[in-house]
Design a protein around this ligand. Sequence first.
Ligand SMILES: Cc1cc2nc3c(=O)[nH]c(=O)nc-3n(C[C@H](O)[C@H](O)[C@H](O)COP(=O)(O)OP(=O)(O)OC[C@H]3O[C@@H](n4cnc5c(N)ncnc54)[C@H](O)[C@@H]3O)c2cc1C
Length: 378
Amino acid sequence: MKINIIGGGPAGLYFAILMKKANGAHQITIYERNGPDDTFGWGVVFSGKTLANLRAADEVSHAEITREFEAWDNVDVVHRDGKVSIHGNSFSGIARLQLLKILQRRAEELGVDVEFHSEIHDVEALRQDCDLLLAADGVNSTVRLRYAERLQPELDVRANRYIWYGTGQLFHGLTLTFRENNAGVFAAHSYKFNRTTSTFIVECDPLTWENAGFETMNADQTLDYLGEVFTQDLNGHKLLSNNSKWINFLLVKNRNWFYENVVLIGDALHTAHFSIGSGTKLAMEDAIALADSFQQTSNVSEALAHFAETRRPVIEDYQSAAFESMRWFENAASYMHLSPMELAYLLMTRSGRVTYHDLKRRSPEFINQYQSATDLHG
Ligand SMILES: Cc1cc2nc3c(=O)[nH]c(=O)nc-3n(C[C@H](O)[C@H](O)[C@H](O)COP(=O)(O)OP(=O)(O)OC[C@H]3O[C@@H](n4cnc5c(N)ncnc54)[C@H](O)[C@@H]3O)c2cc1C
């Protein structure tokens, strides 16, 4: 089979690896607009369950990925002067660039042709030149736009803004920090992803953003302002920029997942708010599901229909949990009167997927503390 792939992110690279592993005769080319060492962002996280899926799909890359990991099992909620730790949440972090380098090496070793610095404009020409065109071209997918009439995307630009920084301050665990000033409420999502660096994403609502005056601030002023907001959390470390800019979260869904021999995967197909840390996981698990569909049948139409049918319920479930989580952060200001313990409990149960009993099993200490604190108040 001749397979053209647009996008050398986690979704495109991993699908290429799995297809080439299944059949070395497949002719696979990835077109990637960036160079092999360019990256946007800092670290990404995986849950324990994702890792089991990656191991089953490709042991070689799994071994390399896990060798680079920073692992933790706690979520820390920081609010006013309190820090509450909730255990039993197994996660690992890795630099996005590190992950991409591992996947690039593995793909090239298996004989996948990766064309860097190749931006695709004429999608239709590429589609006509292959049996399968994989659109793994990320959240602002050109392919999705080109076939919008067929794929019928639903795009929802959310009001909150976020900016993705790094920092040398190490956050041991997923740390959710809330700070208020006269502009409003700022939430930081942070976690270490190697021995020296943490991801530090700052999110705020549109009113806070406007009050703070970010519209007229340059990149350095923004960095200094946010460094000041989180000064007690950064412990003397600076925020680090990687061409970091304010973004509105884009919620992506598509009514149709494929058209003729074109199929969307990863962020091009769907997004899930970063507060549930699942974008890369979902992208790589899409690749696994699609490669599995080609194990069922080599007929392209049948395989794409099988992929959409089997994968859609899983994605819908994730997107609905992520939606609740995103809404929670959009309304964060209305929870700031709560004590750190109450806030932590509300945060842990925000998606409706984690119950009191789940928390009691996973983190009995947290539930004991929560009960004593709320009994005292009530
Ligand atoms: C603030 C933030 C925090 C996040 N945190 C996490 C996290 O903690 N954990 C997690 O798992 N995920 C996280 N994500 C999500 C994660 O970054 C994405 O979900 C994931 O990278 C999706 O993989 P992908 O391969 O579908 O797309 P991408 O990684 O976006 O890859 C798409 C690739 O296509 C290329 N491309 C696009 N158009 C063209 C074209 N026309 N021609 C050639 N090449 C093209 C791009 O250069 C890019 O390399 C976060 C995202 C954001 C925005």
